[in-house]
Write a protein that binds this ligand. Structure first.
Ligand code: CMC
Length: 470
């Protein structure tokens, strides 16, 4: 690595961050070779501070290294604010508690995407487009039967969202605000139809068509649980709980899947391709897949007869490689406000539906034991959004494989909003991080038959076959 400035013309351009205010302060970085870099301090609207290093490499030859992006602000965004120390979450400035109490999911999605609470006219107009675009094209439906039985619905969802672009956005570009509204509504509406269809096909039941007369959440529950010969009518409590679940999952700033959407969008990929990538990124158990993993953990504790203390002891024994799923968060160092709301909602729902789920008792006990334990206290690990959400979805009759799919239905709003920020920004550049290379230095080519066994590859080509291998 060189310590001298790099002659990189693109890097000699002014800082590319769209800083909407004057830079008042700078930090000075002194490097071991004596170079100094004058770095602007960027302050967000809630007073969070960042050192803008956009020109660091151009002026010094150094890059920054931040494995897992623990300390990296990847963008400036107007959408969601989190204060992890204080447990604050706001969409477009509105506290999550307020939104959870007063909004429907569709209104929350409009707020997240367009930045303002919709007027009654905007709300009705959007509902109309949602209803108009809720059905999947007829020749799209046979795709569902092409998946093997028991295919994971997240796999189906990501494939189908990507495939939907060929029907709904064949030109791939969005050229007007009206077109963006239509495409956003279509995606929000159809992602729910795809989710229900993937569930129906996984259990071998006919796919149900959406109904024009039902609102967003009721329509989803209808497509999940109605049968051609019997309508499912969800209770008000079930509708309210699912509405709340979707609101609380609508956005969460630069998490793994949203960063993925922005990454894909930065290469100017279309909205559907970017959202499909978000679905894939969400799937992992450290991210959106944690809701399924929590229920599996609670089932395991119940079925094994292990006490919650014994389970916590296993978690603390790092050699076992077990985590307390639904606990911990990269940003929150206090109780996740979404978990607080869902914990209460879980109690209310089970009580109103007269359901006793032993998993809720195990979850409560795990929380109590963990929050008194030094391991969790010192690391500031608290329940996150996934800790109680699975118990709510189970009470609604939704199977664990669908949990992350339902997370995705909510998060589509945030993915669209983040895609829009990239799409609308005049200064957006492709996301392309650098790396510190740690592999071999340049070396001489080895002829095929002089090669030693590669210890990482784990096989040896037998002598007699060597002349046949390409
Ligand atoms: N159980 C046991 N130990 C944990 C846990 C946990 N759930 N979470 C973190 N730790 C430990 C971790 O081992 C580390 O210990 P040490 O400092 O001794 O090495 C310390 O706490 C700091 O954790 P970290 O792994 O550096 O934290 P991170 O920011 O890299 O990871 C996380 C965040 C959410 C991936 C992690 O807490 C985790 O794996 N939790 C369980 C999975 C989960 O519930 N994920 C859902 C997250 S919320 C939904 C969403 O994705 O938005």
């Amino acid at each position: 690595m060189t310590d001298t400035p790099i002659d990189d013309t693109t890097m000699n351009e002014p800082p590319v961050n769209e800083i909407p205010f004057d830079i008042l302060q700078h930090a000075t970085l002194t490097l071991p070779d004596g170079q100094t870099a004058d770095l602007p301090i960027v302050v967000g609207s809630e007073g969070e501070k960042a050192v803008d290093i956009a020109r660091l490499r151009a002026t010094t030859g150094y890059i920054t290294l931040d494995d897992g992006y623990t300390n990296t602000g990847s963008c400036m965004s107007d959408i969601t604010f989190i204060d992890g120390e204080k447990g604050i979450l706001r969409y477009r400035g509105y506290p999550i508690q307020e939104i959870a109490k007063r909004c429907s999911f569709v209104e929350a999605a409009q707020l997240v995407i367009w930045g303002e609470l919709p007027t009654p006219e905007q709300r009705h107009h959007f509902s109309d487009i949602l209803a108009e675009n809720s059905a999947l094209p007829e020749d799209f439906l046979p795709h569902f039967s092409a998946f093997p039985p028991h295919a994971h619905p997240m796999s189906i969802l990501s494939a189908m969202v990507n495939a939907l672009q060929t029907y709904d956005l064949p030109g791939m570009t969005i050229d007007s605000d009206e077109e963006f509204e239509r495409v956003s509504a279509t995606l929000i509406s159809k992602v729910r139809t795809i989710a229900a269809a993937s569930f129906k096909s996984s259990i071998g039941e006919p796919i149900m068509y959406p109904r024009y007369d039902l609102r967003y959440v009721e329509n989803f529950l209808h497509m999940m649980f109605s049968r051609p010969y019997r309508d499912y009518v969800p209770s008000a409590e079930a509708t309210r709980a699912l509405n709340l679940f979707l609101i609380l999952h609508a956005d969460h700033e630069q998490n793994c899947s949203t960063s993925t959407v922005r990454m894909v969008a930065s290469g100017q990929a279309n909205l559907y391709a970017s959202v499909a990538a978000g679905v894939c990124a969400l799937w992992g158990p450290l991210h959106g897949g944690a809701n399924q993993a929590v229920i599996e953990m609670l089932d395991l504790i119940q079925e094994s007869g292990m006490s919650t203390r014994e389970y916590i002891t296993k978690v603390k024994d790092r050699t076992a490689g077990i985590k307390l799923m639904g606990f911990g968060h990269r940003v929150y160092r206090s109780y996740d406000p979404r978990a607080q709301i869902l914990k209460q909602a879980c109690d209310d729902l089970l009580e109103s539906l007269h359901i006793t789920d032993p998993r809720l008792a195990i979850a409560r006990e795990l929380e109590e034991v963990a929050l008194e334990d030094d391991y969790f206290v010192q690391r500031k690990l608290y329940p996150n959004v996934d800790f109680y959400s699975g118990t709510i979805l189970t009470a609604l009759g939704i199977p664990p494989e669908m949990f992350t799919v339902i997370f995705a239905i909510g998060r589509v709003a945030g993915w669209i909003a983040n895609w829009k920020e990239i799409h609308d920004s005049a200064n957006s550049r492709i996301y392309r991080p650098r790396q510190i290379y740690t592999g071999p230095n340049e070396r001489e080519w080895i002829n095929r038959f002089q090669r030693e066994r590669n210890t990482t590859q784990g096989f040896i080509v037998p002598e007699e076959l060597r002349s046949h291998t390409a």
